[in-house]
Ligand binder design. Sequence first.
Ligand SMILES: CCCCCCCC/C=C\CCCCCCCCCCCCC/C=C/C(=O)SCCNC(=O)CCNC(=O)[C@H](O)C(C)(C)COP(=O)(O)OP(=O)(O)OC[C@H]1O[C@@H](n2cnc3c(N)ncnc32)[C@H](O)[C@@H]1OP(=O)(O)O
Ligand SMILES: Cc1cc2nc3c(=O)[nH]c(=O)nc-3n(C[C@H](O)[C@H](O)[C@H](O)COP(=O)(O)OP(=O)(O)OC[C@H]3O[C@@H](n4cnc5c(N)ncnc54)[C@H](O)[C@@H]3O)c2cc1C
Length: 672
Amino acid sequence: MSEITSSIPLQINPDLQEERDKASFNVTELTHIIYGGIEKTKKRKRLEKLLFSDPFFQEYQNVRAFGSRSEYYAASVKKSTKIFKLRRQHKWTDEEYETVLDICHDDLALTLHHTMFIPALERLATEDQKSKWLTLAKQYKIIGTYAQTELGHGTYLQGLETTATYDPQTREFVMNTPTLSAMKWWPGSLGKSSNHALVLATLIISGKKYGMHPFLVQLRSMDDHKVLPGVRVGDIGAKMGGNSVDNGYLILDNVRIPRNNMLMKNAQVSPDGKFVTRGPSKANYATMMLIRVQICTMAYQVVSSGATIGIRYSAVRRQSKLDPQDREPKILEYQTQQYKIFPGLAMSYAFLFASRSLTRKYEEAFAEIQRGDFKSLPELHCLSSGLKSFCSEHSVRQVEIIRQSCGGHGYLNAAGLGMLVNAAAPMITVEGENTVMYLQLARYILKRFAGAMSGQQLDGSTSYLSMDPATYVCPVMSETDCRNLTALCDIYRYRSYMTVCRVARQVQHDMESDMPQHVAINKNLVDLVRAAKAHSYYIVVKDFVEGVDALVASAPVIKVLRTLCCFYAAHGIAEYSGDFLESEAVGLHQLKWIKNLQVSLLGEIRPDAVALVDAFDYHDITLSSALGCYDGNAYERLFKSTENDPMNKEEVHPSYYQYLKPFMEEMNKSKL
Ligand SMILES: CCCCCCCC/C=C\CCCCCCCCCCCCC/C=C/C(=O)SCCNC(=O)CCNC(=O)[C@H](O)C(C)(C)COP(=O)(O)OP(=O)(O)OC[C@H]1O[C@@H](n2cnc3c(N)ncnc32)[C@H](O)[C@@H]1OP(=O)(O)O
Ligand SMILES: Cc1cc2nc3c(=O)[nH]c(=O)nc-3n(C[C@H](O)[C@H](O)[C@H](O)COP(=O)(O)OP(=O)(O)OC[C@H]3O[C@@H](n4cnc5c(N)ncnc54)[C@H](O)[C@@H]3O)c2cc1C
């Protein structure tokens, strides 16, 4: 009788325990640093316990893995309502609620209500409107979404075709999506869940257009959820990932809403149809900026989740031979495996520090904006656009590399990596497609560079553009200098400077050659994006170096983070060596030393790899991965996961009786 069972051993896989025993630092200390202190770690643990003591969260994993789209959506609505109820019951603060979203990896059907609808009301509504709509939204008496993108336009907001035409006779707006391409298309939680939507539409008064403004539109009856007259709404179909969310379409046909349903914090329409605006013209774009900042944090969560799975699995998987006399090694011993996974590990910590720094800047600027001071807005818009693009692009790419590094098992849903890649992929597109956002940053950098050239003293993230390039000497003079974090940061800064300088001069040259500005810009778009990427890379490295330098922690924790930071910077130089050489930020000697360092750091990180991902402290249910579980019993968990597979419900699948049996009978009878 076979001894193979699907029970999970109670003990930790010894291969994983061995890794934990040899860590050079205290994992709990690093966990507290990651979560902002011991109290926050404790609070998160309390919330995890509260959530995951409910068996529903375990069952939810099965529906997600094996249910139909409709079952998955229904389970996710249930999950959303459970969490909303708990939020009210326990009077969670916004911060506690954010923590719950992180713990759940946020695949909530009703996610848009909290991530965009409420923040948009907070930013775009007047105090009077807030006391009505925001209160209702926070009490879940209305459920809403943010409906901006249309079938024909997502990026180019001036091209949006939805109209809100003011009728002074009735003091109402008449909402229309007049063409096929005007229908709203994509908004999350729109198709089936929301009964209200914040619709972004072009305001028209007496035939004149006044730009894009937000309008609160009721879509469904509050009694029976039926769609209201003049409204057509539905789900846009299955996606690559994120299928718990009902991204929807919306057609509006002469839907009338009261004048007060235009959110009027930034612009007002008086009862007699006078338009008045205050603040900058882009004030209505505020919600998008908030989410761009949050996407950087999500990118950290995505890549750190991927690194946790990849590293734990690589520590328990044994394959092939290194020493012919020895047993098969853990695949984590292979230098190539480290080379595939450790960049994601280092990136996790880089993005942790960068997203923290960006969030702090956002909060400071937001407080100023609330006081009517908009001076930080352009810098924040460009910084958040660049970092949103950089962090999403790099994290999604890195998690896919980690998925591949797990061999065949990485391809199984039970590994959790495919789902992670597919769920995270839209970070590249949402809240401004990455190329477009990089170009927003490039436009800002070019202006700042021109300012610096004309003698302006720059401040903020672009202050380095006033440097005198003639004073630059590569700060790496010897192989040991390569470990100097400030020197590595200087190399990134100079590479960015030169990349910006080159494209700025090229654009200027093209325009002086009588090329129209838009032609000159389009001719240089690739290099403009390159400049924005170089600037973003510099900012991330700088934030990482400064974050580690400012840390108050034990020597072993600082040492391991400095090693990771050094690896992150060295790896980037090696990976984009062409750019660094071309900009003369490094010479061939320095490049060789840095590449040597990059590879030798793999061996230095290796003994702490498991401890460094343990420090992220992800709950098994959060990670949702047979390969990445804390106990390292990957094979048992893979086998266990097959129990829930509906394919294994019956010994003989119904398709046998329907198709295979008659086919076999026919074949057996055949004389051919
Ligand atoms: C959701 C929570 C999740 C939590 C996760 C927790 C854990 C996760 C871990 C693991 C699990 C895996 C899952 C991962 C999660 C992945 C989830 C992904 C889904 C998230 C769902 C999000 C919902 C998405 C919502 C949306 O997408 S809403 C729609 C967003 N749309 C856009 O962003 C449109 C982009 N376009 C624009 O912003 C603009 O049109 C433009 C391109 C910037 C140009 O603007 P335009 O007005 O047309 O241009 P100009 O007139 O030329 O003006 C330019 C001028 O304005 C300045 N400007 C532009 N924008 C701003 C601004 N926002 N603020 C300030 N200034 C601005 C610009 O700089 C120019 O200035 P100058 O003229 O001075 O140069
Ligand atoms: C999962 C998901 C959830 C979403 N949720 C919401 C939501 O809740 N609410 C909402 O309103 N929207 C939502 N969206 C829509 C999203 O905001 C848009 O898809 C996004 O802004 C990109 O716009 P687009 O689709 O028009 O892309 P396009 O602009 O059509 O991009 C296509 C290509 O054209 C290029 N391009 C476009 N313009 C330029 C330019 N000026 N210069 C150079 N290249 C350019 C882009 O780089 C890209 O390669 C969601 C989308 C997804 C995928």
